[in-house]
Structure formats: structure tokens, C-alpha cells
Design a protein. Structure first.
Length: 162
């Protein structure tokens, strides 16, 4: 600029267009595309809300887990599940809590226990024992601390998620 604020006539060099070979992106590389699923396939999965009525440790499981009895209301009744929730929840913290589960998967036997539903949770990256919010047991395996999915207000047991 000239004294007094007048421009000199020099222009700044324009940035290259994103399609130009001179353009260098500062963004991280694009993640690989995720597989797609049709709406029909998604809606075939029966997601329901239920209340945990009983929870107990499951020491026979290869990976630390909890045996759950979940009430899905009068239509579906009570169903059982084995869930790897021990990094974040003690069994007594689960009783009375509403959870979201897939109720139309075929049952699986886990260490002789029939798991009839798949309880859903967010799975953050695994963290080491002693990290903030994690148990301090150095012998504990490196597992994600699953965060249960649940409605943010109470709903009747058996309510469908859609």
C-alpha cells in the first residue's frame, strides 16, 4: 500500500482451484467408502427398548462379560443377553436401566449361556487400565469401555426403535 492507504495495483496471487493439479489439500485423506444398506434391510432389524431386571457377573465367558435378564414388555417378554460391559458398568449399576437391543437375531450360546438379544452400545477406542475413567487393575485386558445406548427419557418396555 502507498502512504495514505491507497493500493499499489499489485494483486495477491490467487489460490489454485481445487481441481487444478497445483492445488494441495490440507485436509486429511478421504476415508474409504462405507458399505451401503437398503432401507428394507435396516428396517428388518427389530430394535427395542427393554429394562434390565437382573444382572450378574459371567466369569465363564472368555472375555469379561455380564449376564443380563431384560424385560421387553408383554409382547416380547423377558430375554437374556451376555454383554461385554464390565469396563464401564458393575452389574448392580445395570439393574433398572433401560437399554436398546436387537431382538430378532438368532440366539447364540456363549460359554453355555443362551444369549437371545444383542444389547447395543457405542464402542470408543480401547483404553488401558488406569486411564481416566478406567479401572486401575493392571491385569485387566485392553477392551473398549462400551457406552450403552438408551432412550433419554423413560419409554414403555418393548417400544420399537425406528
Amino acid at each position: 500500500m502507498r502512504p495514505g492507504g491507497a493500493r499499489t495495483g499489485r494483486r495477491r496471487r490467487p489460490r489454485p482451484h481445487p481441481r487444478s493439479p497445483r492445488f494441495v489439500s490440507t485436509d486429511s485423506p478421504a476415508p474409504p467408502p462405507l458399505p451401503t444398506v437398503s432401507p428394507e434391510t435396516f428396517f428388518a432389524v427389530d430394535l427395542r427398548v427393554g429394562t434390565v431386571v437382573r444382572a450378574e457377573p459371567f466369569p465363564e465367558a472368555r472375555v469379561p462379560a455380564v449376564k443380563l435378564d431384560i424385560d421387553f414388555g408383554p409382547t416380547l417378554g423377558r430375554r437374556r443377553s451376555s454383554a461385554q460391559l464390565t469396563r464401564r458398568y458393575a452389574p448392580d449399576q445395570l439393574v433398572g436401566r433401560q437399554v436398546v437391543a436387537v431382538v430378532n437375531f438368532p440366539p447364540r450360546r456363549i460359554a453355555g449361556f443362551p444369549s437371545e438379544v444383542l444389547v447395543l452400545g457405542a464402542v470408543p477406542q480401547a483404553s488401558a487400565p488406569g486411564d481416566p475413567g478406567e479401572p486401575a487393575d493392571p491385569g485387566a485386558p485392553l477392551l473398549p469401555a462400551v457406552v450403552l445406548l438408551a432412550p433419554d427419557a423413560p419409554v414403555p418396555d418393548g417400544t420399537r426403535i425406528g
